[in-house]
Design a protein around this ligand. Sequence first.
Ligand code: SAM
Length: 257
Amino acid sequence: MFHFFQKYLFQNNFSSPIEECLNQGECKVLDIGCGPGTWLLDLANKYENSFFYGIDNISVHPNEIIKPGNLNFVKADIFDGLPFHDNEFDFVHQGSAYPASIKTDQWNFVISEMIRVTKPGGYIEFFERGGDFKGTGPVLRRIQEAHISSCLEKGVDMKMPSKLENIIKSNQNTPIVYKDEKFYVSGPNGGKVGMVFQDIYIGFHSNKIVMENLSPILGISYEEYKTLITKDLIEELKHTSPEYSLIRFWAKKINNN
Ligand SMILES: C[S@@+](CC[C@H](N)C(=O)[O-])C[C@H]1O[C@@H](n2cnc3c(N)ncnc32)[C@H](O)[C@@H]1O
């Protein structure tokens, strides 16, 4: 659902200028931390003559569906280095990775690996959630603060996306970084987009793993946590307008040093 939400906000699946390459065919695309592969499936079905690869350290992509012949899933850990040759891909993409436990000091390595496997003239692109929260009420702020603490305990900084731009720029092969940020309001005051995001947010936070993670940090029982997410938060969203954003960063690999 989150894939289609971000696609709707940006009105496309990527911001890098690679549409021509994809249409011509033989364009090679890699998605890092591809999860269920929804982004890849969407693209592989549209650009039948190009080739798509997804890597993830857990096989969460669906095995029960017949996947397009131009799509391959590879099980690998990004921290072992990408299992591909230098200069292999026209486009290397990473979507929504900070919950994927990339620690602050690991980003340099992940980005340098993405650049290494990209062809000169090809693009790398990141899609992340923005880190600033405005207009939040006390219930949402409490949940967000618990989420930030839970990530920090694992060394994952939720404000990292805003720093990605400088890490990418600091690599001599990708000196210019482009950025696009889309803002929206969660809940009924954000219209249809806001209601869809409210469903995604509540769905994510109702997940057993998230509940087991956040309720001890909040100092409440599972029952109280469920009430907080499914009643108190929904009530608060009726009269608040919390602003969120999604950000894309993309850069062209200019040479092969
Ligand atoms: C938040 S999900 C994002 C999934 C997908 N990109 C999307 O936008 O829907 C993060 C993904 O990164 C994967 N991941 C986490 N650590 C990883 C690692 N060390 N190597 C490869 N993938 C990893 C997780 O298994 C998960 O599927």
